[in-house]
Design a protein around this ligand. Sequence first.
Ligand SMILES: Cc1cc2nc3c(=O)[nH]c(=O)nc-3n(C[C@H](O)[C@H](O)[C@H](O)COP(=O)(O)OP(=O)(O)OC[C@H]3O[C@@H](n4cnc5c(N)ncnc54)[C@H](O)[C@@H]3O)c2cc1C
Length: 399
Amino acid sequence: MDFAYPTELVERVSSFMDTHVLPAEPVYDRQIAGAANPHALPPIMVELKEKARAEGLWNLFLAHGDWGAGLTNLEYAPLAEQMGRSIIGNEVFNCSAPDTGNMELLALFGTPEQQDRWLRPLLDSRIRSCFAMTEPDVASSDARNIRTRITRDGDDYVVNGRKWYTSGILDPDCELIILMGVSDPDAPTYRQQSMVLIPRDTPGVTVLRDLPMFGYTDRLGHGDVLFEDVRVPAVNLLGGEGQGFALAQGRLGPGRMHYAMRAVGFAERALRLMCERALSRVAFGGPLADRGVVREWIARSRIEIEQVRLLVLKSAWLMDTIGNAAARMEVAAIKVAALEVAHRVVDRAVQAHGAAGVSDDTVLARLFSITRALRIADGPDEVHLRTVARHELAKYEEK
Ligand SMILES: Cc1cc2nc3c(=O)[nH]c(=O)nc-3n(C[C@H](O)[C@H](O)[C@H](O)COP(=O)(O)OP(=O)(O)OC[C@H]3O[C@@H](n4cnc5c(N)ncnc54)[C@H](O)[C@@H]3O)c2cc1C
């Protein structure tokens, strides 16, 4: 087993993060706080994107065809970890969800016309996009439940329903909604759903609410969205009719992996802050770092991060070698393990900071909310645990 990283690219992303991205965080926060629209791209992000692109650090996540950087999952994993050291990191390199998953879908299943219209501008970061699957009225972790209807009417499809936590829809640059709905309720269970491409400005699309994330207004914006007689031409179908479920699986596999990779970066950031605080803060006659309990937090955090990084790399390697479908159990496992570890390490770092950990003076409170929310987004932990348990039990049921 070779434990060496492909270091040149990792070092370039890491150095870009240290030189440009981490120092820009307070500027980013100030610009958002002072903006008329909290969802608009702040000027500092425009600058950072231009720099990253000029250095060739762009679309690194995308492996397919001639579209992206062509890296394997194993090569991308340590880069995503570096980007995760800042909560604004992945956007700088045009590697942020939900665009990443949407670009993957378009690269894999889009027609040349769909790719020209949507994929190219997304790759250039000229527009943004969102993905509408989850619905407020049904348990959407079981996607068989979704109710939004996609009905064929002559040369069009007509969409009716309500979605929520549609991330990115409030960004004024968002021009594309990829929506999953039911196109044939009488078809076999996994052939009932389809995906359609809806231009954001289509009549009948109404954002009812801007949903918060634990009280934070996210830059991306999470929309509660009503679709009323939304009409798109039939050529806006993505893939074939009835392929929605299969496409969703393709989209979510790499997406989960990207979250896990990034979570390792979140955890590293929190551990660093915890160590710095423990060394500098004096209580009851000595630095916090001298207390056994704090040393245990630090040591356990280091051990857990190392464990989870290895599992991330193994899962990435399996995706590259046996394919996303065959690596399904590992992808499910790593989504659970990485976010659990990241959230636990952030929680310890918050504790070590006392009130400062709860304030907005450090990035920890934001990391706390992000790592918690990501245990639900892209499928809650329990659904992934179900996949892992089913895989494990199958070994014995077969006998
Ligand atoms: C910050 C954020 C961003 C998001 N962005 C998007 C987006 O861009 N697009 C989009 O479509 N969706 C998005 N989502 C929605 C997310 O994918 C769903 O919330 C998630 O899939 C769960 O669906 P649900 O909320 O309907 O929960 P439900 O399906 O109602 O489940 C509720 C809870 O039930 C439990 N549960 C479910 N199944 C099982 C089981 N088999 N065994 C045991 N327990 C179980 C779990 O604890 C789960 O959390 C986002 C969510 C968040 C928080």
